[in-house]
Design a protein around this ligand. Sequence first.
Ligand code: CMP
Length: 140
Amino acid sequence: MAVTRTFSIIKPDATRRNLTGGVTKMLEDAGLRIVASRRIRMSEDQAKSFYEVHKDRPFYGELVDFMTSGPVVVQVLEGEDAVKRNRDIMGATNPAEAEEGTIRKTYAESIEANSVHGSDSDENAAKEISFFFTEDEIVG
Ligand code: CMP
């Protein structure tokens, strides 16, 4: 299995509850390496652009408001089959449907305040990584 990269966000509900370390430990325990990490306050323009794919969904406005409501930690994760590995440890988008032992089952408050974002494909991972990081900021 090839070593690949994915993109992760620790969301405002998790940073607010001081869960940056807890989430990061679950990612690392799942075999993912944090090869870039930065704590930021996302601007409205950044959040709108990052989530543009959801712009016609009814929750888009609230999603943008939530993602700009507090600090987030943007990360690049590296590991074997990183996109799938990260999605497996994150669990289902809706924490009510997430399996035991996943990040969202353990920490998420709701479908919106669901603690983490992770890329859904290698193609989107590359786009999302380059949205926040330059190649020289990623140290494997
Ligand atoms: P994320 O992986 O960051 O991608 C889009 C986000 O929209 C998703 O996680 C959820 O947190 C958020 N969201 C809010 N409401 C909904 C909804 N009804 N269905 C799907 N995603 C939602």
